[in-house]
Design a protein around this ligand. Structure first.
Ligand code: ZN
Ligand code: ZN
Length: 130
């Protein structure tokens, strides 16, 4: 199990079929590339270093940085991480895909208020937002 560098907790791997150090639903931050000259960490350089943080730590960051939450939602209104549609969404940033009925191949879902809502229909491989 990969470990979150922020809280130290074990978390599920991003790809359950491999031993990747990335955490499912988490972030991998290029920690020594976040800054810039005269920025917060202008002294960090060298080899690119990734810091992995877990899903729940990402939620904590977004809760205290509402502007960042808004930007991410605008960039990806259909959701930010995949989840299993057979269980309730873990958070309002989850998305999933289910088998469609009729002409649509699949239905893309996004989490909203703790429930799954239809975000779009995938017809012949093309997403149509509803
Ligand atoms: Zn964590
Ligand atoms: Zn989530």
């Amino acid at each position: 199990m990969p470990i979150c560098k922020a809280c130290g907790q074990d978390g599920p791997p991003a790809d359950k079929y491999s031993d990747t150090p990335l955490l499912a639903g988490g972030w991998a931050l290029p920690i020594n590339r976040l800054g810039y000259y005269n920025g917060f960490d202008d002294d960090l350089d060298g080899e690119l270093e990734w810091v992995e943080i877990c899903h729940d730590c990402v939620l904590r960051v977004l809760d205290v940085l509402p502007g960042l939450k808004s930007i991410l939602h605008q960039m990806s209104p259909g959701g930010l991480h995949p989840s299993d549609a057979s269980t309730p969404p873990c958070c309002d940033y989850a998305w999933s895909v289910t088998r469609g009925t009729g002409a649509d191949d699949r239905v893309q879902l996004r989490a909203e208020g703790g429930k799954w809502v239809v975000h779009g229909r995938i017809i012949h491989g093309k997403l149509e937002i509803v």
